[in-house]
Design a protein around this ligand. Structure first.
Ligand code: DWN
Length: 404
C-alpha cells in the first residue's frame, strides 16, 4: 500500500490500539475470526498531511456487502441534488458535456444526471451499492479508481469536464495516483471537485471518531494543495460545508488552466492561524480526545451502575471508533438502532453490541440515547421530537460531552 505523499517521516501523535473495521458489522458466529488492525495517526511536517499509519487491505473494507448507503440520510440526498444541479449549471452546459463520479455508491448524486440525460459514469468497487445505482438508471463501472483503471474508464466514457467525489478520496491510500488518474481523465479545462471531512473541524470539535479504517487521510487545504502540485494539478477554490460535521469541498484544475480564487489563500491563512501545520496542535488534540473519552465514560459508567438503559442512535462507522477507543460495551448499551437493513440483526464491530431496527427503537423508546450520528443532528432532532417530548435524554460527545 502506498499512502505517502512525501518521503519525509510521519510523526505519530495518537494511538488507538487494536481497532476492528468501522463497517465490519458481524454475526455471532464470526466473533472469533473478527479482523483487527493497529490504528494510529501521524502528521507529516513536510506535506502537512494527517493520516493513518496503517490501513487494512481495501478488499476487507469495500466489497459486495458494503454496509453504507449514501441515501440513508434525507439531508445528504438533498445536499447532493443541490450540488448536482449547481455542477450542471456551471460546467455541463454543452451537448457533449460529461461527468465521472469516483465512489458513486448507490447513485444518490449521479441519478440527477441520468434523469437529465447527461453523459455520466459512476465508478465504485462495491458491487452491491453499484447494483443499487444501476437500478436508478445510473451507468456504472465496478472497480477501484486508479491510473490502472483509468484506461478502461477512458475507453468506456472518454475524458470528462467534471470529475467528482464525495467522502471517497480520503478512503484511497494512493492519493497521488488518484490525482494523476483524475488529471489524465480531465478535459483541458476540466475540474476535479471532491468534498471530505475537514481536519480543521476534527481538531476544533475533537471529533476523533472521524478516524477509522476507511478514512486513511484527514485533508486540509494545505495538504491537498501540496499533493495536487505534485500531479500537474492545482487547488483553485475551496468551500467549507456543514455536512458530515464539517467538510471542505476542494476544486482542482490542471496547472494554469483556470484562475486560483481568493478562497484558497484565505483558507490556508486560516489553517496556519489554527496551527494545522504544527505537530503540537495534534498532540494537544490527542489530550483533548482523552478528556472527552473520560467525560463520556463517567456518564455511561454512572448510568450503568444505576442500571439505566442506554441505546446507541445510529450504527455509524464512527461509532466503532468511539466504542473501541472509550471501552463502551454491551454492559453500557442495550443495543444500537439503525435504519440500514444490512446492519440490522448483526452486532457492532469490536464491542458486539446488537444492532436493532429503527422500528424496534420507536416501539421501545429508551431513557437515554447516545447520538452516534451527531453529524446528522439537525435531521435527527426533527425526526425524534417524540423521544425528547417523552423526556428522553440525548448523550452527545461532539463538539463536547453533554446530556440534553
Ligand atoms: O465516509 C463515509 C461516510 C460518508 O459515510 C464512509 N466511510 C462511511 C459512512 O460513515 P458513517 O457510517 O459514519 O456515516 P453517517 O452518515 O454518519 O451514518 C450513517 C448511518 O447512520 C447509517 O447506518 C444510517 C444511520 N442513520 C440512522 O440510523 N438514522 C442515519 C440517520 C441520518 C438516521 O436518522
Amino acid at each position: 500500500m502506498n499512502c505517502r505523499i512525501s518521503d519525509k517521516p510521519l510523526y505519530k501523535f495518537m494511538d488507538f490500539g487494536d481497532m476492528p473495521l468501522g463497517n465490519g458489522f458481524l454475526n455471532e458466529k464470526d466473533f472469533n475470526s473478527e479482523h483487527f488492525y493497529k490504528m494510529s495517526i501521524g502528521f507529516c511536517p513536510e506535506s502537512k498531511m494527517v493520516q493513518l499509519l496503517e490501513q487494512p487491505d481495501a478488499s476487507r473494507m469495500f466489497h459486495d456487502h458494503y454496509a453504507f448507503f449514501t441515501g440513508s440520510s434525507n439531508k445528504m440526498s438533498h445536499h447532493f441534488q443541490k450540488h448536482a444541479s449547481s455542477i450542471h449549471n456551471n460546467y455541463l452546459c454543452t451537448n457533449d458535456a460529461s461527468i465521472i463520479e469516483i465512489g458513486c455508491n448507490d447513485g444518490t448524486f449521479l441519478e440527477y444526471f441520468s434523469k437529465n440525460n447527461i453523459k455520466h459514469l459512476g465508478v465504485d468497487p462495491s458491487e452491491n451499492v453499484v447494483e443499487h445505482a444501476r437500478s436508478k438508471g445510473v451507468i456504472c463501472h465496478c472497480d477501484f479508481f486508479s491510473t490502472k483503471s483509468s484506461c478502461v474508464i477512458e475507453e468506456i466514457h472518454g475524458k470528462a469536464d467534471v470529475i467528482t467525489a464525495a467522502n471517497v478520496i480520503c478512503h484511497i491510500p494512493d492519493f497521488l495516483d488518484v490525482l494523476s488518474a483524475a488529471n489524465k481523465l480531465l478535459k483541458r479545462d476540466g475540474v476535479f471537485i471532491f468534498e471530505e471531512p475537514y481536519l480543521g473541524d476534527v481538531v476544533q470539535k475533537v471529533s476523533y471518531d472521524q478516524f477509522y479504517d476507511e478514512h486513511v487521510y484527514m485533508f486540509s487545504a494545505l495538504s491537498v494543495n501540496y499533493a495536487a502540485n505534485q500531479c500537474g494539478l492545482e487547488l483553485i477554490n475551496v468551500e467549507h460545508l456543514e455536512t458530515h460535521g464539517g467538510s471542505m469541498r476542494y476544486n482542482l484544475a490542471k496547472k494554469s488552466a483556470r484562475p486560483i480564487e481568493q478562497s484558497v489563500s484565505n483558507c490556508i491563512h486560516n489553517e496556519l492561524n489554527i496551527g494545522l501545520d504544527k505537530i503540537e496542535t495534534f498532540q494537544k488534540f490527542n489530550n483533548n480526545c482523552e478528556i472527552s473519552k473520560q467525560k463520556l465514560m463517567e456518564i455511561l459508567d454512572s448510568l450503568k451502575s444505576k442500571s439505566i438503559p442506554v441505546v446507541g442512535y445510529a450504527a455509524t462507522s464512527k461509532s466503532t471508533t468511539v466504542t473501541q477507543y472509550c471501552g463502551i460495551t454491551s454492559d453500557h448499551m442495550n443495543y444500537i438502532c439503525d435504519t440500514t437493513p444490512i446492519k440490522q440483526g448483526k452486532f457492532s464491530p469490536g464491542a458486539h453490541i446488537p444492532i436493532k431496527s429503527y422500528q424496534f427503537y420507536k416501539e421501545n423508546l429508551p431513557d437515554y440515547a447516545l447520538l452516534f450520528a451527531w453529524n446528522h443532528r439537525d435531521e435527527i432532532m426533527v425526526k425524534e421530537k417524540e423521544f425528547t417530548q417523552q423526556n428522553g435524554k440525548w448523550i452527545q460527545y461532539v463538539p463536547s460531552v453533554s446530556i440534553a
